[in-house]
Design a binder for this molecule. Sequence first.
Ligand SMILES: N[C@@H](CCC(=O)N[C@@H](CS(=O)(=O)O)C(=O)NCC(=O)O)C(=O)O
Length: 214
Amino acid sequence: MWTLISASPSPYARKVRIALAEKSIPFTLQTEVPWDHTTVTPQYNPLEKLPVLILDDGKTAIYESYYILEWLEAKHPEPALLPSDIDDRLFAKKVEVVCDGMCDAMVIAFFERMREPEKQSEPWKARQMRKVEGGLRQLATWVDERQGQYLIGDRLTIADLAIAAFLGWFAIRWSEHQWQTQYPALKQYWEGLEALHNFKETRPSPQTMKDQVV
Ligand SMILES: N[C@@H](CCC(=O)N[C@@H](CS(=O)(=O)O)C(=O)NCC(=O)O)C(=O)O
């Protein structure tokens, strides 16, 4: 059976967990803290990041969430998580680019805030938060243009996985942000996704880091 190395708050890993569940692929969930020296991620991924999908041989590792999803669509195409229309397909990937980029910015800002106050760079933090604010504006615009429950067409795609993964994590990582008031339609769309079974089963939760990271 495959193993997915994941972390309880990881928005990147959540995309893969939902995709595996949607495709009814059984897997063992191995939850780690990738920031602690106890993590096994370096044994499988030279970039030392999770998620990592480890195949039946216990050695072959697929890593980088967008690549894992691409790999899954190629190897296990049904049910498809990408639209058949090429422009919709490319749009779904563009949405994932924005959501993953917002996650990346939040991770950078999160660790910047872990430094002693006098070592924190305000311009650097502001730059990361601008990416999140710009990304939220863009997601809200796209969501306002959708027709139904899903962002693209009438079925779940990786665009929905990526948006819910970012917003679900952002809601716990930065709970005081007022995006749900600022963008009510985005909140309603997100809540509709979070009510789906495989989203309910993969809700993010905080983790405790033991080692100093920065
Ligand atoms: N672009 C990567 C990002 C993955 C990532 O940053 N994972 C974090 C954990 S989490 O932020 O998703 O919880 C990690 O392993 N970080 C360890 C490290 O960067 O050394 C992906 O999409 O898979």
